[in-house]
Design a protein. Structure first.
Ligand code: PHE
Length: 342
């Protein structure tokens, strides 16, 4: 009986879908659903079924009947027939779920626009580059201990006779000398280079792949006040007018003097709490471009000077007010439950 019903359903649906005109459909309706139709005949066999079978077969019977009725109805509606189910057009619709850009993509767009509005040009330089651009041109000769800080991945590829080994860029500073070359050693330069970087480090505050944004300004008469003014402007725009920045003396081979930039903690507003260092959070490095770097980019250091800074996008984003991420790796876990929060 079950097989019979199943076959009736298959056959009827095939005929309805194939059936072209209204007359054929009317005929099928009478044939299957009519008083003396196929289903009515089958129903007559019901009393002879074992009682435990009845419920099961009854359910299938109703299902088959419903499917045939629906199919006749839909086909009729499609061909402009009168049997359209009534629709209340005033009911609110069902909204499809909306996606959004990844928080890091949004942060990158916001950072670029803050700098573009004050005359910086967004550039991008290779994320796989020669040792020369990543280290040597930045006043870090081969074997210099300062290189250790950059936990670098080396690519298994032939060395270049002048530019050295191939590396996954551990910072965006490789764009500095590349930008000097792009402008053919004729400043002014006002660039912001935002790109992926890679380091052999993975913990709550480090992912192997991350992003940095690197500012570089070179012109006549550029001094530390320009650096401080630019940083203050960025901090107020990105974090909010209540946040302050400070420069703390530091050391980088490619800047002299060098600084680390701190921003006031958004939790305690600079008073000092468990999450910060006496009210300050560390943003990243900055400084005045070292004359040896200008020389590597063939820029006359007697005439021109400049400043540079390079900070992690993810890190900077995490310090924004109201955003609390206790493990930076979550950003790249592709977990929709995490991402929909932003
Ligand atoms: N490249 C440095 C880093 O990765 C940051 C930096 C950029 C410092 C530019 C000074 C000037 O930590």
């Amino acid at each position: 009986m079950r097989d019979k019903l199943q076959n009736i359903k298959n056959e009827a649906l095939a005929l309805i879908i194939a059936g072209a005109d209204q007359a054929e459909k009317d005929r099928l309706r009478v044939h299957y659903l009519g008083k003396k139709g196929v289903l009515a005949e089958i129903a007559k066999e019901f009393p002879s079924l074992a009682s435990d079978e009845k419920a099961d077969v009854g359910e299938l019977f109703n299902d088959v009947k419903q499917a045939i009725t629906n199919a006749l109805g839909t086909v009729q509606a499609e061909s402009g027939g009168a049997a359209l189910p009534s629709v209340d057009v005033t009911l609110p619709g069902v909204k499809p779920p909306l996606g959004h850009l990844h928080p890091v993509t949004k942060a990158i767009a916001e950072i670029s626009s803050i700098f573009e509005r004050i005359g910086f040009t967004r550039v991008r330089y290779p994320e796989v580059d020669w040792d020369w651009y990543a280290f040597e041109s930045l006043n870090m000769p081969k074997g210099h201990p300062a290189r250790d800080e950059w936990e670098t991945f080396f690519v298994d590829a032939p060395d270049h006779s002048k530019l050295g080994k191939v590396v996954l860029t551990p910072h965006t500073s490789n764009g500095q000398v590349r930008e000097m070359e792009r402008v053919k050693a004729t400043p002014p330069i006002r660039m912001v280079n935002i790109a992926k970087c890679y380091r052999r480090q993975s913990d709550v505050s480090h992912t192997v792949m991350f992003h940095q944004f690197e500012g570089l300004v070179i012109d006549e008469g550029i001094n530390i006040t320009h650096l401080k003014g630019t940083i203050d402007h960025f901090v107020k725009q990105f974090f909010g007018p209540q946040r302050k920045s400070r420069l703390r003396p530091y050391h980088f081979q490619f800047t002299e003097p060098s600084f680390e930039v701190d921003v006031t903690c958004d939790i305690c507003n600079g008073r000092g709490c468990k999450l910060c260092k006496e009210g300050w959070l560390e943003l990243g490095g900055a400084g005045m471009v070292h004359p040896n770097v200008l020389k590597a980019g063939k820029i006359d250091s007697a005439k021109y000077s400049g400043f540079a800074f390079g900070w992690g996008v993810e890190r900077t984003y995490m310090m924004k007010s109201g955003i609390k991420i206790d493990d930076l790796r979550l950003l790249y876990s592709n977990d929709i439950r995490f991402l929909t929060q932003f």
